[in-house]
Every structure is written in C-alpha cells, then in structure tokens.
Design a protein around this ligand. Structure first.
Ligand SMILES: NC(=O)c1ccc[n+]([C@@H]2O[C@H](COP(=O)([O-])OP(=O)(O)OC[C@H]3O[C@@H](n4cnc5c(N)ncnc54)[C@H](OP(=O)(O)O)[C@@H]3O)[C@@H](O)[C@H]2O)c1
Length: 287
C-alpha cells in the first residue's frame, strides 16, 4: 500500500514514517504539499497516487492560533477540506488527525467519540471545523483525535520541561488542566493498525491510557530525567495572574479510546509510554 503523510516533518509525521515502514510511505513537507493551496494538494496526489493518506499537517501553536484565527482556519479547516476532497477523488483511505481540544472540558469524565464537541479556543475551533469538512468531503474518512503529543525531535512539553529544569528556570505548572500525555510512537502504530484492519469509518480516540495534570506530567518528566528541581503546583487562575495570556484550555479533556478498543486496538498507560521515550532518548544519546 502507498501511504501519503501530510505534515511529514512534524513529530507525529516522523514517527508515522517509521511505524508504517512495511508500506511504501511518502512523507511530504509543507514545501511539497501546502494544504492551504488546493493546487499543491492536487499536484501531490497526482504525483504520488496514494492508496491511503494520513493527514497530520496543522498549525499546532495554540497561542498563534489565538492571535491569528484566520490563519488557523486556513491551515486546520480549509487545509483539511482540500486533503479530504483530494483523497475522496483519488478513492484513497483517509485518516485525519484531530485533537482533544475540540471538547470544552466541562464533562468531568473521559470523552467518548460521540460526545458533542464544543471548542473553547481558536485552535480547537479550527480543528473541529476541519473535522466537519473532512466528514462532509470524504464519506469513509476516519478522524483520529489524540492529546498532548510528544515525539523525538519535536518542540514538545517533555523537552521544554527538561530544558527549563536544566536551565535553572522556575517551574510552575497547573493542576487544573487534565488530559493524557501521548507518545507519537504509540499513536503512529495504532494508526497503522486502523489502516491495516480497515476499521469502520468515523471518529476514533487514540491516546495513551490514564490521565494527568500538567503538574503531574512535569513531575514525572523530572523523575524520569533524574532532575532534582523544585516544582510549584499552581492553578490556571494563578498562571494567568502571573502574565500568561495564551489560549484558554479545556479543564478536563481525557479521551476514552472506546471505538479503537472495540476493534482490538489498545494503547499502554501514559507513564509506561513516557518511560519508553526516555529509554529511546538514552539509547540515541549513547550512540
Ligand atoms: N502536538 C499535540 O500536542 C497534539 C495534540 C493533539 C492533536 N494533535 C494533532 O496531531 C497532528 C500532528 O501534530 P504534531 O504535534 O506532529 O504537529 P507538529 O509537530 O507541529 O507538525 C505539524 C506539521 O504540519 C506542517 N504544516 C504546517 N502548516 C502546513 C501547511 N500549510 N501545509 C502543509 N504542512 C503544514 C508543519 O510543517 P512546518 O514545520 O514546515 O510548519 C509540520 O510538519 C496535528 O493535526 C495536530 O493538530 C497534536
């Protein structure tokens, strides 16, 4: 099977290349497939003639999405529409990646795939519009929502916490934003399984199991990193009073992997996946 990955240079895109390597994989950077440009998307589909597409390309900087909601819409909503239309015209299987941030975080229990989404920030709104465009353009699309991704070589929370601790910077993290840290390696393999099992169309949640606050996640990162730094637990209100003016976040946006489990796809607990990430980094550093 020939599988095309949009956003192939991103953290999930890179791990998908490895996870899908039994197939012929074409991972395209923005320069080769710009999702905001329908002509660029059509050109890439004509050149590579994929059997399946994993659409990862997105503007993931939530603060920038807040400042420039039009750009977020262009990339995350219109871009998804271009890819879905091209995939449908090419009769290609489509997996489009979305986010826990399509939910408002007020349910107080893990979100199932059929819970009603309602975004609280511009990033979530643009991704939710993207989901709707995908489902309208491609009758057999699979939408994969995941959360709090980290992968090797990405700009992610794990590496930011480690850098801040090593740089002696003050560490303050909130206890009232809760979701599930998720390894891009694990999601990439689960996406491979969805494709190979030809799982029924519709929405799937794929996150590592369990839940954590940002504070609990940061503590586990420091523990696994062997760093003895002081870390302060704060609330979102205190964070904002301290000058943080980034995007509003859903308070509790844990995803229940209900439909994936029903087709025999499971992900391990987040602490186990995070320990594996540290083990891989150590192997890479030791050469
Ligand atoms: N990161 C998370 O915590 C998280 C959580 C839940 C869901 N997701 C979703 O998971 C997917 C993958 O996320 P990620 O963390 O791997 O993202 P990432 O590392 O930020 O990578 C995003 C990729 O999209 C590319 N891109 C941006 N604008 C583009 C455009 N106009 N045309 C084509 N490519 C473009 C980027 O290329 P450049 O580097 O050239 O800009 C980059 O390769 C996204 O759909 C995201 O919304 C992410």
């Amino acid at each position: 099977m020939r599988i095309l990955i949009t956003g192939g240079t991103g953290q999930l895109g890179r791990d998908l290349q490895r996870a899908l390597s039994p197939h012929e994989v074409v991972a395209l950077a923005r320069a080769d497939l710009d999702v905001t440009d329908g002509g660029s998307v059509d050109g890439a589909f004509a050149a590579h003639r994929p059997d399946a597409v994993v659409h990862c390309a997105a503007l993931t900087d939530t603060a920038r999405c807040e400042r420039e909601p039009g750009v977020a819409q262009l990339i995350n909503a219109q871009g998804a529409a271009h890819v879905a239309r091209a995939a449908w015209d090419a009769r290609a299987t489509l997996i489009a990646i979305s986010t826990n941030e399509v939910f408002d975080g007020t349910k107080g229990a893990p979100y199932a795939e059929d819970d009603a989404p309602s975004a609280v920030n511009a990033y979530g709104a643009s991704k939710l519009d993207g989901e709707r465009h995908v489902l309208a353009a491609h009758a057999e699309a699979r939408i994969v929502r995941t959360s709090w991704l980290y992968g090797a070589g990405g700009t992610n929370f794990v590496d930011k916490v480690l850098q801040a601790a090593r740089g002696g910077r003050a560490l303050r993290f909130v206890t009232d934003e809760i979701a599930t840290p998720t390894s891009t390696v694990d999601v990439a393999h689960a996406i491979g399984a969805l494709i190979e099992r030809d799982a029924p169309p519709g929405v799937y949640h794929l996150a590592n199991e369990g839940e954590a606050s940002r504070y609990a996640w940061a503590r586990e990162i420091l523990r696994l990193g062997g760093l003895d730094a002081t870390i302060e637990a704060i609330t979102t209100e205190e964070l904002r009073a301290g000058g943080y003016d980034g995007a509003l976040k859903p308070a509790y946006s844990v995803l229940a992997n209900t439909r994936a489990r029903a087709v025999g796809i499971t992900l391990r607990p987040w602490r186990e996946a995070l320990a594996a990430y540290f083990a891989r980094a150590k192997v890479a550093a030791d050469g």
